[in-house]
Design a protein around this ligand. Structure first.
Ligand SMILES: *Cc1c(COP(=O)(O)O)cnc(C)c1O
Length: 366
């Protein structure tokens, strides 16, 4: 499909304005969905076709559909932001489109071209524009979270790439990730589980990675922690990332260090944007391996002043403490994180159109 075209079949039972307003007043995250979804079908013989916007609703899937058995599935996460003039924008969608293609190749799924990917977001947001929250203030970081995903739907129990695939986009209004302001989170360092191994699927945004992280997340919660951090699977020594967020270390001398992309780390759009904003702010970004020993020693000596995690959903989250079987390592002496807070504000100001967009990162959707 090179010319994106979606048949638009709107619902005749749209959510009533007062019900929608009630939802938008307190949407939480990932609990409510808009009135429509986008669907594009792929078959081995015909490629991508039958792009449509249709009412949101349950899928009909054969019980033998291969996604249900072998997890041939990928997804994306990206937000639509309403600006003060009412227009709706998204952030670096070409990065998500490229990552979606990378994920597709790794999972032996068909690649969707970038124009169709971006046009699918635009089609859904235009139809459901009334679902894009209008933040009442800067503190109210509400947005419409968009979830494109692709599943293997062929009815066949053999282990091989599906000859039938479906792509969908759904949308969910989202409040600020942190109610009542950003608070430092505690992190459990998993010693029983790894998230990704060399040659595996760590760089791909696939459901299987998340399924494999849930036991580690439970372990974190059993130890009173909010999130789990993973080390590399070979030496169990190099810090990689959290279950769904990348990591940054701020050094007192202005270095901004994040683990290098080695194939086992998800290439976050937020991560990439922070490297650029850090450089713009006069910090010295470094992408390189960082060991758990460097974290411990850096925090203890005061050389590391802040540690934070980042991703589309929570933007930037300061890390208060790292907990392991044997020890507790702090998140840096800078309580709550001055640099992290500053980068967070810069990123949000840009996304909500409150500052210049010097890198051309915004794309208008509606
Ligand atoms: C999605 C994701 C991130 C963050 O990526 P963003 O593009 O910044 O949202 C980080 N780690 C993992 C494992 C992810 O799935």
């Amino acid at each position: 499909m090179t010319t994106p075209a979606f048949d638009v079949r709107p619902t005749t039972q749209a959510t009533e304005a007062n019900v929608r307003a009630e939802i938008l007043a307190n949407p939480g995250f990932g609990r409510y969905f808009t009135d429509h979804m986008v669907h594009v079908r792929w078959t081995k013989d015909d490629g991508w076709h039958s792009g449509e916007l249709r009412p949101y609703g349950p899928l009909t899937l054969d019980p033998a559909a291969s996604v249900l058995h072998y997890a041939q599935e990928i997804f994306e996460g990206i937000k639509a932001y309403r600006h003060a003039d009412g227009s709706v924008w998204t952030f670096r969608p070409e990065k998500n489109a490229a990552r979606f293609r990378d994920s597709a190749r790794r999972l032996a799924l068909p690649e969707l071209d970038d124009e169709t990917f971006i046009e699918s977001l635009r089609t859904l947001v235009r139809q459901d524009i009334d679902w894009v929250p209008t933040p009442a203030s800067e503190a109210e970081e509400s947005s419409l979270y968009l979830r494109p995903f692709m599943i293997a739907s062929e009815k066949f129990l053999g282990v091989k790439p599906s000859k039938e695939v479906d792509y969908y986009v759904i949308a969910s209004p989202a409040a600020a990730y942190f109610k009542g302001g950003v608070k430092p989170v505690s992190i459990w360092l998993s010693s029983n589980y790894n998230r990704a191994a060399p040659g595996g699927t760590g760089f791909a945004k696939c459901g299987g990675n998340y399924a494999a992280s849930l036991a580690a997340q439970q372990e974190a919660e059993n130890h009173g922690c909010d999130q789990v951090a993973f080390l590399d699977a070979v030496e169990n020594r190099w810090v990689e990332e959290l279950g769904g967020m990348n990591l940054f270390f701020v050094y007192r001398d202005g270095r901004l260090v994040t683990p290098a992309l080695t194939g086992t780390i998800l290439e976050g759009v937020t991560r990439d944007s922070i490297l650029q904003l850090g450089r713009d702010a006069g910090l010295t970004p470094e992408e390189r391996p960082i060991s758990i020993d460097e974290w411990r020693e850096g925090v203890n000596s005061g050389e590391i002043s802040e540690v934070f995690a980042c991703g589309t959903a929570a933007v930037i989250t300061p890390i208060g403490e790292l907990v392991t079987e044997h020890e507790r390592i702090g998140g840096g002496s800078e309580e709550g994180g001055r640099i992290g807070r500053q980068l967070r504000k810069q990123l949000l100001d840009l996304q909500y159109g409150r500052t210049e967009d010097p890198h051309g990162w915004l794309t208008r959707l509606a």
